[in-house]
Design a protein around this ligand. Structure first.
Ligand SMILES: Cc1cc2nc3c(=O)[nH]c(=O)nc-3n(C[C@H](O)[C@H](O)[C@H](O)COP(=O)(O)OP(=O)(O)OC[C@H]3O[C@@H](n4cnc5c(N)ncnc54)[C@H](O)[C@@H]3O)c2cc1C
Length: 556
């Protein structure tokens, strides 16, 4: 019997397991469907190219046919190992805009304003540049400057400035707008996933049990209280009990899936999948939001990029040696080195577009290797606060069925208009004089693509996810809310969700650091609840002993 059972050892799950097991009296069990993170390519930053293709360490989801994207089914990779998606992401360290968290609070979530969450961002962080009002040191998540940025990424910064954007040395600082280089969740040139950062020490603790290869199939309830989790390991069904709480951290796709498999969700959806209804909760799986992204790509006339070329191939062994010996060189690249935040129109109060710059030709998540052959460079642009909403549904009652993902990208016309403005701004940056010595021909978009109708069609044909699905078990108190501001599932006891799915609104930036913050904050809430219940227990014992009849003392 454990005190806490955590489902999913991803960005959030590893943080929760590490924080809760700090108390030696507390027994924690962490279940992860994927294997341990022993493969060396997980830890080598450039290994992200391989992680995209892995059939074992990646869930390889796809959306349904997307109506506004010419019916395409979009590839949604997610990490499936210790560290979850933090073991396969691009390592960009980004928090989003302070206003994003103030909005969460305004939606009825006390304690989630930027002022409230900043201490948790800082607590998790070891900022190699040193401490400041906005950055922390000494935390398990190492945040580092890039060790070997490509010349083209520095050129991108010059081009961005020429296109009218300010230089920005710290996107998590006072101002988000501008162009610069990403800081990365890396340590000594190696990936700092939450498994590497948070679990590293915690793994040794006798009060933490980590079970890999454990695919959770449902939460076990006694009445309205969650008391354990049923999971499948090596073909056998097992059960693990939680005396205090079950904590779901299976991510924005699988936390709602697991709730539905457990009979918690919208009645019609559960009945359609032939799952007995335990608790009706209409919002489970709803409110799905993601950053849709499109890439403009030019070839490069000089052999300086990190595409698949004779030069980079010949340099492969040398770069491997540099990486192995000193954690330096091209293999420390996260692929997306340059960053930019911009306003798509002057009246925008804060940036609504983000750029990711790659010093290589990229298309379709790098799955199209042929496209990467040759020198080139790519600029991604995404709309940071989409109004479109999608949903996650079940495809059936089998826990191994991949969920039915309907992102509904661009279902709100405003999202398309921002994408059009974003593509225009990205092309302006690519056309800036700084790139003149390098620019070859434009690979994407093909043709002139000058009218709004042509840009819209380019977006419909080429846009992809930039991997930030959130919001499917949203926090709040409205009819579609799944958890309250303490992350407790409405209508149930002993059950919380604490991952990307609880975001009521998608933040304006990459989502790994925000998820880590959510788990840090959740760990404090859970510890506080434990203390409160222990104090209540102690007070009750005192009351009971005070009420017991006094034993008569013998008279001397
Ligand atoms: C390719 C890619 C690139 C990205 N790049 C960046 C970036 O550069 N910067 C950034 O900030 N963000 C990035 N992100 C997004 C960021 O990594 C995610 O938002 C974040 O990791 C989500 O954390 P999570 O804990 O919600 O889910 P995850 O980290 O995905 O964790 C969920 C875990 O639960 C496990 N699980 C699922 N179902 C079950 C089950 N039934 N039983 C047991 N275990 C289960 C999974 O295997 C996984 O380990 C990227 C994501 C991807 C996929």
């Amino acid at each position: 019997m454990y005190d806490y059972v955590i489902v999913g050892a991803g960005s959030a799950g590893c943080v929760l397991a590490a924080r809760l097991s700090e108390d030696a009296d507390v027994k924690v069990c962490l279940l992860e469907a994927g294997p341990a993170d022993t493969h060396p390519l997980i830890h080598m930053p450039i290994g992200i190219l391989w992680m995209m293709r892995s059939k074992v360490l990646n869930w390889n989801f796809h959306t349904r046919s997307e109506p506004e994207l010419n019916g395409r089914e979009l590839f949604w990779p997610r990490g499936r190992t210790l560290g979850g998606s933090s073991s396969s992401n691009a390592m960009c360290y980004m928090r989003g805009h302070p206003n994003d968290y103030d909005e969460w609070e305004k939606l009825g979530n006390p304690g989630w304003s930027f002022r409230d969450v900043l201490p948790y961002f800082k607590r998790s962080q070891n900022q190699e540049r040193g401490p400041s009002a906005l950055h922390g040191v000494g935390g398990p998540l190492n945040v580092a400057d890039q060790r070997h940025p490509n010349l083209l990424s520095k050129t991108f910064i010059q081009a961005g400035i020429q296109a009218g954007l300010p230089f920005n040395d710290d996107f998590n600082g006072v101002e988000q707008e501008g162009v610069g280089l990403f800081q990365l969740t890396q340590k000594n040139g190696r990936r700092c996933s939450t498994a590497a950062g948070f679990l590293k020490l915690a793994r040794q603790r006798p009060n933490l049990t980590i079970v890999t290869g454990a695919h959770a199939r449902r939460v076990v309830f006694e009445g309205k209280r969650a008391v354990g989790v049923e999971y499948i390991k090596a073909g056998k069904t097992e059960q693990v009990s939680a005396a205090a709480e079950v904590l779901l951290t299976a991510g924005a796709i699988q936390s709602p899936q697991l709730l539905m498999l457990s009979g918690v969700g919208e009645r019609a959806a559960l009945e359609a999948a032939r799952i007995p209804v335990h608790t009706e909760l209409a919002g489970v799986g709803k409110n799905l939001q993601d950053h849709l992204d499109v890439i403009v790509v030019d070839t490069c006339r000089k052999a300086v990029s990190w595409g698949i070329t004779v030069k980079t191939t010949l340099m492969g062994a040398w770069n491997l040696l540099r990486y192995a010996l000193g954690g330096t060189g091209m293999f420390t690249s996260n692929g997306a080195e340059g960053c930019g935040f911009a306003k798509s129109a002057p009246e925008e109060a804060i940036p609504d577009l983000q750029f990711h710059f790659s010093p290589a030709r990229l298309s379709r998540h790098s799955l199209d290797l042929g496209f990467m052959v040759g020198d080139g460079y790519s600029l991604h642009v995404c709309n940071l606060r989409p109004r479109s909403r999608g949903e996650i549904r079940l495809n059936g009652s089998d826990p191994y069925d991949k969920p039915d993902i309907r992102a509904n990208y661009l279902s709100d016309p405003d999202d398309m208009e921002r994408m059009v403005r974003g593509v225009r701004l990205a092309r302006k940056v690519m056309a800036a004089p700084a790139f003149d010595p390098y620019r070859g021909i434009t690979l994407l978009p093909k043709g002139p693509c000058s009218t709004d109708a042509e840009v819209r069609e380019f977006v419909r044909q080429r846009a992809e996810t930039i991997y930030h699905p959130v919001g499917t078990c949203k926090m709040g108190s409205d009819p579609l809310a799944v958890v309250d501001a303490q992350l407790r599932v409405h209508g149930l006891q002993g059950l919380r969700v604490a991952d990307a799915s609880i975001m009521p609104l998608l933040v304006g930036g990459n989502t790994n650091a925000p998820v880590i913050m959510i788990a840090e904050k959740a760990s404090d809430m859970i510890k506080a609840a434990r203390r409160a219940s222990q104090q209540a227990g102690a007070a009750q014992t005192q009351r009971q002993s005070a009420q017991r009849p006094q034993v008569a003392q013998p008279v001397a």
